[in-house]
Design a protein around this ligand. Structure first.
Ligand code: PMP
Length: 418
């Protein structure tokens, strides 16, 4: 197999997608007698061979617990684990590795912030602002916090095209606002929110800002220093990496001031029955044995992304999205949901007179994997008066031929009821 850099050099116009696909063994299969077209990348991406190999290599040669053993394997496992932390630091341009905390995923990161920063600094009468397009994981932890601490949750409205109402946002901000938590790119609509501007507005009012980066890190360059966000959370499994690993970035002064999330091994400096003192960041927030193997393999996923480059990934995905939208808009009964000017590669839609689930089942029969339902964004679906949508989300390994198959299948499906 060629080195990816070499493959890219071989192609004068963008990517050699066939070569990229050959790194993803799971894509090379038939589903219901048809070649698999995997369009559920916003839920989780597939993993390249490098990630699978890194997992095997770790368990075959290095497996050990980290940060504690005096023996060679423990040292190697620790080095590999910390190497991923350095790669993540560079990936998001965090000022230091201490500001990179490993979590189970985006959900875990948000709950960490709600349970520590939230519990400590958001009190009775204080306000938290989120938006109508949040994933349930960026709604429920704040509802729980507001209920316990008697704080108030405020919601930024969304327009018919699926964009945030920035004027309403400015009006919601006040000296009572302690935190704004908003998704960078919507999983249900694809909308890219103008978070840099939103962060600035929050800071002008003295509020902190958490970015839910679950859907943006795979597609967009995210630089936490340029954004000046206070917290950023994301999941490895949406970035060609393993499940069960996520990242919380937080500004040093906040992480140092916040109480720990969970108590246990690794997060302490000294324990006596009289008093326990806590470890430095990031370990203060990493109680217990972490998901070592998957963190180690996540480094291979970051290397995969680096070797192609976000710019090329974005170009490929934008092209796929444009192709899909152009074709599908011609279908009688095709109703797009979310037509923002700035989008990641998510095409959400309904077919007139048909339930999204039925459309999904029929596409599955044709070997095409899409997501159907509310996408863990029920308040957003309510806003559009929908029970759910069909969502096709594209990754760097998808092709125009696969999208042509989606179109052809949708033409046949829509014809039944339109
Ligand atoms: N936020 C958004 C925007 C998401 O798309 C997701 C995953 N669908 C999450 C949060 C939660 O991510 P995870 O399930 O990996 O914790």
């Amino acid at each position: 197999m060629h080195d990816l850099e070499e493959i890219i050099d071989q192609t004068s116009k963008g990517l050699n997608v066939a070569e990229i696909r050959s790194k993803f063994p799971v894509l090379d299969q038939e589903v219901n007698g048809k070649p698999l077209a995997y369009f559920d990348n916003a839920a989780t991406t597939q993993k390249p061979q490098e990630v699978l190999d890194a997992l095997n290599e770790y368990y075959e040669n290095h497996n050990s617990n980290i940060h504690r053993g005096a023996h060679t394997l423990a040292g190697r496992a620790t080095d590999l684990f910390e190497k991923t932390r350095s790669s993540v630091r560079a990936f998001i341009n965090a000022p230091s590795v201490e500001e990179v905390i490993f979590t189970k995923g985006t959900t875990d990161g948000i709950n960490l912030v709600a349970s520590t920063f939230g519990k400590t600094y958001i009190g009775a009468g204080d306000e938290v602002i989120i938006s109508t397009m949040e994933h349930h994981s960026n709604i429920v932890p704040w509802q729980m916090l507001c209920e316990t601490n008697k704080a108030v949750l405020k919601i930024i409205p969304v327009s018919d095209t699926g964009e945030l109402d920035l004027q309403a946002y400015e009006e919601l901000l006040s000296e009572r606002t302690k935190l704004v938590a908003v998704v960078h790119a919507s999983n249900a609509l694809g909308t890219i929110n103008p978070i840099k501007k939103m962060i600035q507005l929050a800071h002008d009012r003295g509020a902190r800002f958490l970015v839910d980066g679950a859907q943006s890190l795979a597609h967009l360059d995210v630089d936490v220093q340029d954004l000046d966000c206070d917290f950023l959370t994301f999941s490895a499994h949406k970035l060609y990496g393993p499940t069960g690993v996520g990242v919380l970035y937080g500004k040093r002064e906040l992480l140092e001031a916040m109480p720990p999330y969970q108590g246990g091994g690794e997060m302490i400096r000294e324990v006596t029955f009289a008093k326990t003192t806590y470890n430095d960041i990031p370990y203060k927030f990493e109680a217990g044995t972490p998901n070592i193997a998957d963190v180690v393999a996540f480094d291979a996923a970051l290397a995969f992304i680096r070797s192609i480059g976000k710019k090329r990934i974005q170009e490929q995905e934008n092209q796929l999205l444009a192709h899909a939208v152009e074709l599908c808009s011609q279908i009688n009964g095709f109703i797009p949901v979310g037509t923002a000017r700035e989008k990641v590669s998510v095409m959400s839609f309904t077919i007139r007179n048909m339930h999204p689930f039925d459309v999904g089942m029929m596409l599955d029969a044709a070997g095409i994997a899409v997501r159907t339902g509310h996408h863990c964004t029920q308040p957003l679906m309510d806003r559009f008066g929908l029970e759910g949508t069909v969502r096709a989300s594209f990754a760097v390994y998808n092709t125009n031929e696969e999208i042509d198959r989606l179109y052809e299948s949708l033409v046949r499906i829509a014809k039944r009821k339109n």
